[in-house]
Design a protein around this ligand. Sequence first.
Ligand code: XUL
Ligand code: CO
Length: 437
Amino acid sequence: MAYFNSINKIAFEGRHSKNPLAFKYYDAEALVLGKKMKDHFRFALSYWHTLTGGGADMFGQATFERPWDELDGLALAKARASAAFELMEKLGIEYFCFHDLDIAPEGNSLKEKFENLDAIVAHIEALMKQTGIKLLWGTTNAFSHPRFVHGAATSCNADVFAFAAAQVKKAMDITLKLGGENYVFWGGREGYESLLNTDMALENDNYARFLQMAVDYKEKIGFTGQLLIEPKPKEPTKHQYDFDAATVLGFLRKYNLQDHFKLNIEANHATLAGHTFEHELQVSRINNALGSIDANQGDDHLGWDTDQFPTNIYNATYCMVEVLKNGGIAPGGLNFDSKLRRGSFELEDLFIGYISGMDTFAKGLLAAAALVEDGRVDTFIKNRYASYQSGIGKSILDGTVGFDELTAYAMDNDQIVNKSAKQEWLETVVNDVIYNV
Ligand code: XUL
Ligand code: CO
């Protein structure tokens, strides 16, 4: 069954094209720094926003025109899978990501849930074979159903912990079966509302116990993909335990899990944490923990996770600088954890949303490559720290001096001369590069 009959495969038409259903910057096979554009990104479609989201908000029902929504049960799940693969093929997106709940109906028992999953996974596997499209990551929805009202791994109710474990086990099995390259943990309701009813120490320990079980299970089944944690500071709970990259790294180190997890950094989550996207990416990168990326953007005037398709070229540029400096993002990728606005309800808006995101990142990649090649920013940063390349700075780095030696040095060198940080000039360099690619 085809759903997007009036739309052909999206072509690259170049920057002067006015065709809304064409790429202006994203040229999949074009080489940038010796590597195909598509391989820099490893773009992925998010199943939840794209196939199951209907545009409902707390004031109004779903608005999206989705012909497959006339069906229900497994027939609906299969139709959504067909629509997903048609969309990916036409957009030239080679990966997808899903939660267990996105692909199959919940059923009335855990057993039924698993049976539904098995039925639909066989269908998805066939579509993957047919199209060559791959699974970037799988994950579990352990936050929507009312049983997760108090969390999953951090619930006060041990039965919920067990249920969530069963769900993750199944989702990891499916991810392995479908050749998934990563498995993501986003702490859906792993957090709290009030300390008046919360044992934070036990919840933290239990979360770590849960993650250790996932590590053990991964080894048991021979899943060689990457495990990822996706930080987010708030929403749905007021205090999410995985607040930001630095918090998650500290948590992993406390529980000796740091060798088993990398991070999946989402742009809008960085915004909610009061950070820039590039801050979160760089914290991850310099700690050897940049695993994958959820691409989207928030709204400067709203304090929640609006998950918009990314259109901000500066953010995409800084993101791609981090990816380049990371030596690429594989085995992770760039998953569009992005959804259409409620008013963009026509079927073709799905294409337009993805095209805008892919073009934004293509432009960002070109600018990032030009910025690195231009060298003015990197050279400036290097020179800014030149005092550590010789003399007393080198001794500090070599670890050959302590407070006594430094005090003796400072006594003779107490007339400090600093240099300007030149932020405004550096910002014009970035503008210069972006305007010229
Ligand atoms: C929620 C979010 C999730 C994760 C996967 O804000 O980003 O969709 O990416 O569970
Ligand atoms: Co996300």
